[in-house]
Design a protein around this ligand. Sequence first.
Ligand code: CAA
Length: 270
Amino acid sequence: MGSGIAQAAAAAGLQVVLNDTKPEFVEKGFQTIRKNLARDVEKGRKSREEMDAIISCITQSTDLADAGDVDFVIEAITENMQLKSGVFRKLDEICPPHAILASNTSSLPITELAAVTNRPAKVIGMHFMNPVPVMKLIEVIRGLATADSTYAIVDDLSRKMGKTPVEVNDFPGFVSNRVLMPMINEAIYCVFEGVATPEAVDEVMKLGMNHPMGPLTLADFIGLDTCLYIMQVLHEGLGDSKYRPCPLLRKYVKAGWLGRKSGRGFYIYE
Ligand code: CAA
């Protein structure tokens, strides 16, 4: 998602430092941006000059110290509290005091991330949707200490990036995943209990509810490990049995059937 976020920021004319742990990861993200922009040029949505201008706004980096003179950070690393806290602690040391630190987390508590820094008023959630270049929503999550001035800057930045910000408070799963994941989990229960095949479940939701993707295709697209993780966050954080992850979801994840990225989930990908 990091490359999609970088693309949207660069397209808004902002100078972007695209950082990852290894040069090959940064390069992969950069090539995805190139590919997306080339498609825009091919389809007549952008000129070649506009594409070049966007690309020239992006600098590649593998050193977090490159954040030493930035105004704004959007972190989009693995959904793991320990890893994210570590990065936020480092960023808090490296970044100038006025810099805002945003997280693209889909379910981890912003308040807890803010607490590891010395600038909790400047920490906020910016939850983008996949695929970032296409999806308009940014769920903007206010932590307990997030300042109104921080929210106002994020609201403005989101609009500059061509997205629509929606304000929510910091509770497990926020709004998007609190509503989406139980639907996906229930679709998995339908398969688990033999109510219908994955194809039938998806067809019902696509044709009957006008969803662009059926819930099981979407689960494969998001990653079944991510779906399981978010269900666990909801279950643990809200303490209600209605959020218990379906045993079939657990089984698939244990088997390494993680969806599109592993080549197999509810469907098989060549
Ligand atoms: N990157 C860039 N562009 C992409 C893309 C990607 N990964 N995937 C699709 N697109 C573009 C295509 O290039 C195409 O653009 P053109 O106008 O150039 O043709 C356009 O999107 C439409 O794509 P397709 O015609 O191939 O297919 P589609 O009409 O089915 O649309 C989709 C694809 C936009 C992904 C659509 O199926 C959709 O909206 N699916 C649901 C997505 C969704 O629910 N996302 C939220 C997931 S939850 C989440 O992200 C949060 C979380 O915390 C888990």
